[in-house]
Design a protein around this ligand. Sequence first.
Ligand code: SF4
Length: 444
Amino acid sequence: MRDADKTVPMGWHQKKAHEEVDHIFQELMPKHGLTVREEQLRLSHEMLDALWGNQIALCDAGVGIGKTYAYLVACIMKEKYAKQVGNLFRTENYPAVISTSSIALQEAILQEYIPFQSRLLMKEKLICRPLKAVVRKGKEHFVCDSRLNQRIASIQDKKKNGNQKKALLALRTCYDMDQVHGLSGFDRRLVCVPKFCPKNCTERETCRYRRYMKRVKSTGIHFQICNHNYLLADASHRTKGYNPLLSDYRALVIDEAHKLPEAAVQMCGKTLCSDDILEICYLLEKEHQGIRARHLKAEMKKLFQVIAENHSFENGQRIAFRQTEECISILKESAALLFEIGRRCKGSISKWIRNRLEEAGIVLCYFLVPGRKYVLYLEQDTERLPVFCATSREVPAYLQKVLWNQGIPAILTSGTLKAGNGFMRTRQMLGLNEKNRKKQSGVQ
Ligand code: SF4
């Protein structure tokens, strides 16, 4: 017996949706070579109830239960039958969002699970058009054609690492930077799609990124697949009233949900590394501030050197910041320089670069005057230089504000949500308190 059977009076459409879930798992999937798993079927019904009842479901599902098909079927049936309930008002699809932590799972969902489910449901005439899914990720993963052309032109007569150059040139045919190996972090930052595209960009008509965006935002998409960071960035935009990143959605699945707090920590935190400074200097040079850029580069190089000399990193572990006299003194000088350049260049550089200078200075100030809001530590980048990291202590409240208070039904699933005393710890970490529309189940 499902929880919803006891509490929510089931309407005709909801009942039909549950019957179809039974039909899919007990008859159709075995017909196509998959075995019937009672736990999987039960889980899918519970997920469907949560979506239908606008609840947040915590579903602890161990390995081998088949939670991916369980939530895919629940989402498809919810969309199919809820649409019939509201068909007087609804004219378009609202693609569900599936958020995961690993690229491997995203690819498996996109290339295996959804195509299989689509073929099966089409063949059995349970849906009238194939299921469509797209992967959504941030601008920093895609190439800006205009920036790429500039970068390639700028290295024409310069010496450059062979592999890195090859990777850079490969971007002329592949605009997704995650698919190209050997690209340096610096090049990646320089050629990625900018936060704001200039209105007079000459590549606008042929821009591959713009074409990709048009495709993923088109109607007829059933699933948007993203990682937890992108989901949170979208949620944060919506809360602040900015343009959302994802298309509007009516159902949310958070797979590998135990990794959500970690992503939230990154989202709420701030970092500063040597590549950030190199990028700021590059941008300053482009705005004819070459002397200041060179001065900043030299001074910040000293900062990273002094911090590295005052700390002993082991095996890439994060370590606490040591407030030695030398560290404090160079932090003060570096922060002051960042603020000063921003002030002096006001009017001659873009607001975007001024913000970058200011943000960099603020991160250093956190280390000068530690407060209660952030946990401060150092990490090492790929060049073994220190990275300043400040992570927020307010993750549960943040998740509650940007995700759970938005009224969207959600399924959170993973094999490790339930521990000794039930879901208590998970609820605390995720900011799910008694007031949230929560429902929980553990399928072992
Ligand atoms: S439109 Fe934007 S992303 Fe496309 S080429 Fe121009 S600046 Fe780059």
